[in-house]
Write a protein of this length. Sequence first.
Length: 284
Amino acid sequence: MDIGGTKIQLVLCDDELRIVDSRRAESPKGKILATAIEMAAELAVGARGIGIGAAGVIDPNGAVAATTEVFPGWEGTNLTEGVSRELGLPVVVDNDANAFLHGEATAGAARGYRHAFGITVGTGIGGALISDGVLLRGAGGGAGEIGHTPGFGTELCTCGARGHLESVASGLSISRRYGAGIRAGLVAERARNGDEDAVRVFAEAGTALGQAIAVVATVLDSQIAVLGGGVIGAWDLLEPTCRETVQATVLPTNADLVIQPAELGDHAVAIGAAALARAAGRAS
């Protein structure tokens, strides 16, 4: 399961993480978990376990420890208990960005790299870290939350703070900063058609994203940054200022950093969650 602010994406995978079947729906406010369980009830028949990549900070017990205003009522939800009770299968839960990076490291762009990080740019912005082959989760499950680091201006973030990366580069912020109630996808179309305001908004988002990548790469001495999420569908608009910013700011030791979109596309989080469930099943 990939449970996000915009969509719920489910995949049924075989032992080699190849997709056998899938389901997708929009995330209904106030009924996200119930909808995900209803969708999974049919798809999970015959499955040996369920992996969930969910929005928010996920604690070690599989509960949502922190989230933003995009998910009213989501904080405190215990996904492990709720899904395992309803579907009768072992459940593994992690933050969606962690699942995303685990999927890319297992079967996608970061395969073979021992030092990698991922940034998911969608409704909000998430991040995940792999150091020396280990997925880092931190003391409370919040390691890698690059979207809520400061230093990116003064605009209000969905978490209530100001100046976070998410306040400049997320899908919601791109829409807000362009104005007129236009969603990020349409802003991208307008940018490609020469709308100067739309071009500027994406250029600024790309610069902010480049700053974030440079910080993480320098701190972790990473080999690759993998980018995912719906907004990366506009990578052609983000890439120029993003790469320019990274190259202008990183140390020579990070000059060879690989920056590329996810290979697993829209299914990256769900496949990564399936990989987490597979790993847990093998360990038991």
